[in-house]
Design a protein around this ligand. Structure first.
Ligand SMILES: Nc1ncnc2c1ncn2[C@@H]1O[C@H](COP(=O)(O)OP(=O)(O)OP(=O)(O)O)[C@@H](O)[C@H]1O
Length: 888
């Protein structure tokens, strides 16, 4: 009997395509639409064939069941993918697509939250009232939400006194920063005592968003720097860092150009006690000096200038000056307010503004060639810019000019001052501007940290405790693969490989622990371990990796531009020859200056050009000398370590390199004009190792942000586009792991309560006595349902993917059969009752009727008898009269 048209009541046996894909790479990239079966044809001894209607409404007949990805029933209500009847890529995408169309942007996949960027404000989803709903509620009881993940972390921290980490990842524009801010806002709200919480509900928002209006924390008044509550200071660090570290890119108008890990400490009462921020400035502020449309430079430049951006070279390289719906003047006031709230003194704020202005004026210094092919500052405008930059940075204009146009080198013990050509001077200017901006950003982070950390320890925080009670929030770039991939992508993808390894280990470990605890026999599948990829990138026991080889190449002395280009080619050659044969490495034949790395999320082709330039992290000694002796204390502070190293020469540089964990020696003697503190790659890897160490001590929670379509359009989710992101975010891997085991787990009691009706009568009879737990739990003995993938754990029933659908289908059929019985019994009873009532009514009517007629007949009878009597009397009278007449 074919099921009714539409969705299947229950999957036909063997018709699901929810089999886990075979372990190992490569994963299949099948994208068949989910379909609803219309009819099942069983073939003797063979696979059943299905007639189906596809997602697009097309009818297809006679498909082998194994080739079909059956559609889940009521996708919109499946808020956890793992609970789907059919776990396959098309099903997952269909569920996400249906939910997204209904503005249900959050969906769980087990403990992972998938957050699809709505690209529109969904006010009903956020705010103090919504936060109050999630307060204290375990994960899964309410609709999926970023607040639920934050709540899970908070309660786990309070219960286990353990460090927690919420790892937020996704590609640019997927909504990581927004999610991170929401998590922080929720934690600030959650940490508030109940009476303040009520106050917040009554009106004031718990926290200002980056660009939102006032409000502030609902705690103490904020009329002075010192009185700003710690929660507010932590929250206000977001817009401040965004102003200096975010820029418009082709993919996101407010793209964070840095990764961030904010660790919020709580005291034993669960109140925010302090926080610390670590940033991972992957591109070392390249956007400060070189951007092209449709990108824009860092937000603060435009806020500061408000309309004057076109006068500065670093900004007018791209003709995008304004952003839709962004008022730079208002944003500038917000940034200043944020500086005040995080506790920057006015003289520090002034110094920050001067430095930013100094960078901008520096960019306007032009060079020409003098008669001796040497760089000279060009024209009146160039000189005016030089003077302005020198004044703002607290140095002399002559000193600045010399630092930009000359280099001192030691040759055989002799110090020679060499004048640069115009191109090299321009490079020197940009290098100084980049360094200044990067140092300023680091300074801001350090200043915020000093403030929020010191407040924390002052407040009797967890600092003194052995076990740190904290929640870290990691907002870092997701996996990247473009047409042209360079050093930034190499670093980002290294970070993602590290995080993926940790993620796999966590998901696997969790599964394994659960099975062991429950005594479930499970042959652990071989999950894809990416250690070989990490070895390729960072070097393993057998060989050097990509990063160490780039560092090695960077140790060569610096020469001319042409020579550097040649080295790039040599670097490609070195990488291709020394890493040839490694499992994850490829050398494309057509691109001799490129190499390929087979990452967990797919292959990425990297260009070797500019890798060395981007890896070198040095400060020109002349720049360090000059700015280290600035008349402005903050500028001196930015370059204090470099100036000391420059003064002490190579030895000091060596010691700084060592203290910075550098793997690079300082440049050789005789080339001391620029010295390297460490390579960007080495520094980044060291930071990453620190981060991974921290994360290793934390209990992780995952939020995977997804960009629904490339155009950032609200309302539509492009399945293929999202599929790549789910793969890159490891969501599909986690689902695969779940599918390979027993993804559905139900505690005995609810399981028994729900499915006891499927047991034969005799077994079900036991229910009355010993309670549901005493039921003979033998799922194989169920009526009308054949389960072939289940195990009984110690406290739960474990089912393989798709088995729950079998149970639900059988339960549905049984319930509907029972409903039919109940209905027919009720209808019979009702009909009988009506009949009885009708009969009684008829009798009553008849009786009534009969009563009235009888009375009328009696009356008539009486009348008739009276008439007869009258007539008789009359006749008697007449006869008597006649007789009397005769006698007379
Ligand atoms: N939950 C949300 N509700 C409404 N809009 C959102 C939400 N999440 C993200 N957005 C929108 O998407 C934009 C991009 O988000 P966000 O800056 O958080 O992305 P990102 O992943 O951090 O990107 P990048 O890596 O480039 O910094 C935001 O500016 C906002 O307009």
């Amino acid at each position: 009997m074919p099921p009714a048209p539409g969705r299947p009541a229950a999957p036909p046996p063997g018709a699901t395509a929810a089999q886990p894909p075979a372990p190992g790479r490569p994963r299949p990239r099948r994208r068949a639409p989910p379909c609803a079966p219309q009819a099942v044809h069983k073939q003797p001894g063979g696979e059943p064939l299905l007639d189906v209607v596809t997602e697009e409404g097309q009818e297809v007949a006679g498909l082998p069941a194994g080739d079909c990805c059956l559609q889940n029933e009521r996708d919109d209500t499946v808020d956890d993918l793992v609970k789907s009847d059919f776990l396959h890529e098309p099903g997952i995408l269909h569920t996400l697509q249906v939910r997204y169309g209904l503005d249900s942007i959050y969906t769980y996949s087990g403990n992972i939250l998938i957050a699809a960027n709505p690209h529109k404000r969904l006010r009903q989803l956020y705010g103090p009232r919504m936060m109050a709903q999630y307060r204290g509620v375990p994960l899964g009881e309410l609709s999926p939400h970023v607040y639920a993940i934050a709540e899970q972390a908070y309660s786990a921290m309070m219960m286990d006194e353990a460090r927690q980490a919420i790892l937020i990842s996704g590609e640019s524009g997927a909504g990581k920063t927004e999610s991170a801010k929401m998590v922080m806002q929720y934690l600030a709200h959650r940490a508030m005592p109940a009476h303040q919480h009520q106050h917040a509900l009554g009106g004031a928002s718990v926290a200002r968003t980056g660009s939102g209006g006032g409000g502030g924390g609902a705690a103490a008044p904020t009329n002075g720097v010192e009185s700003a509550p710690i929660e507010e200071q932590v929250l206000e660090s977001n817009p401040l860092l965004e102003a200096f570290g975010n820029a418009k890119t082709s993919r996101n108008d407010n793209s964070s150009r840095f990764g961030k890990f904010v660790e919020i400490d709580f005291d034993s009462g669960g109140r925010v006690a302090g926080a610390s921020i670590s940033t991972y400035l992957l591109e070392r502020c390249g956007a400060a000096v070189a951007v092209w449309a449709p990108s824009r430079s860092y937000l603060f430049f435009y806020q500061l200038l408000e309309g004057g951006a076109a006068s500065f070279r670093y900004l007018h390289q791209s003709d995008v000056y304004t952003l839709t719906d962004v008022d730079d003047a208002q944003e500038f006031r917000h940034t200043l307010e944020a500086m005040r709230i995080v506790g920057l003194q006015q003289h520090h704020v002034d110094a920050v503004l001067r430095t930013v202005a100094g960078v901008l004026h520096l960019g306007n210094v032009d060079f020409t060639l003098s008669s001796r092919d040497e760089a000279a500052v060009a024209g009146g405008a160039g000189i005016a810019a030089l003077e302005a930059a020198a004044r703002l940075l607290g140095v002399s204009d002559l000193g600045l000019e010399a630092a930009l146009t000359t280099r001192a080198i030691d040759a055989r013990g002799e110090r020679i001052v060499k004048r640069l050509d115009a191109g090299a001077a321009a490079e020197s200017r940009d290098a100084l501007a980049k360094t200044l901006y990067a140092r300023l950003f680091d300074w801001l982070v350090a200043a915020i940290n000093r403030k929020i950390n010191s407040l924390g320890s002052g407040g009797g925080a967890a600092s003194g405790q052995q076990q740190r009670r904290s929640i870290g929030i990691l907002d870092i770039y997701g996996f990247e693969s473009f047409d042209l991939n360079s050093f930034e992508q190499l670093c980002i993808n290294l970070a993602n490989e590290r995080l993926q390894q940790q993620f796999n280990a966590h998901v696997f470990k969790g599964e394994q622990e659960e099975y062991a605890r429950e005594g479930i026999a499970w042959s652990y599948i071989d999950f894809v371990d990416n250690q070989d990829c990490l070895d390729l990138l960072e070097g393993g026991a057998a060989s050097l990796g990509v990063f160490p080889l780039i560092d090695e190449a960077c140790r060569l002395p610096r020469a001319t531009y042409q020579a550097r280009l040649r080295w790039s080619k040599d670097l490609a050659h070195t990488l291709r020859t020394r890493l040839a044969g490694q499992p994850r490495f490829g050398a494309p034949r057509r691109q001799q200056h490129a190499f390929v790395v087979d990452h967990y999320a797919g292959e990425v082709c990297y260009s070797a050009e500019h890798l060395m330039d981007k890896n070198k992290d040095f400060v020109v000694a002349e720049h360090a000398h000059l700015l280290g002796s600035s008349s402005l204390p903050m500028i001196r502070e930015l370059f204090a370590a470099d100036a000391a190293a420059a003064a002490a020469g190579g030895a000091a540089a060596d010691s700084i390199a060592a203290s910075a964990g550098s793997e690079l020696p300082s440049p050789k003697r005789g080339r001391r004009s620029a010295f390297m503190l460490s390579s960007v790659g080495a520094r980044f890897r060291k930071q990453l190792a620190g981060l991974m160490g921290t994360l290793g001590r934390c209990q992780p929670h995952y939020i995977r942000c997804v960009k629904p379509n490339a155009e950032s359009r609200p309302g539509s989710l492009a399945p293929e586009y999202v599929l790549e992101q789910l793969r890159a975010g490891g969501v599909l891997e986690a689902v695969r792991i779940a599918c390979a085991g027993f993804p559905t787990r139900k505690p005995f009691l609810p399981f028994a309560q729900r499915y006891a009706l499927l047991l034969p009568e005799a077994a079900a009879g036991a229910k009355g006595g010993g309670g549901a737990l005493s039921l003979p739990l033998t799922p194989s003995g169920f009526i009308d349902c054949q389960l072939d993938g289940w195990q009984l754990g110690r406290s739960r029933v474990f089912l393989r993917a798709g088995q729950l659908a079998q149970l639900e289908g059988a339960r549905g059929r049984r319930l509907s059969a029972a409903a039919v019985k109940v209905q027919s019994a009720w209808r019979g009873m009702e009909a009988r009752r009506q009949l009885r009532a009708a009969r009684a009514a008829a009798v009553a009517i008849q009786a009534a009727w009969r009563g009235r007629a009888g009375r009328a007949a009696a009356r008539q009878l009486r009348q008739d008898r009276a008439a007869v009597r009258l007539q008789a009397a009359w006749r008697m009278h007449r006869q008597r009269s006649a007789y009397q007449l005769q006698r007379r």
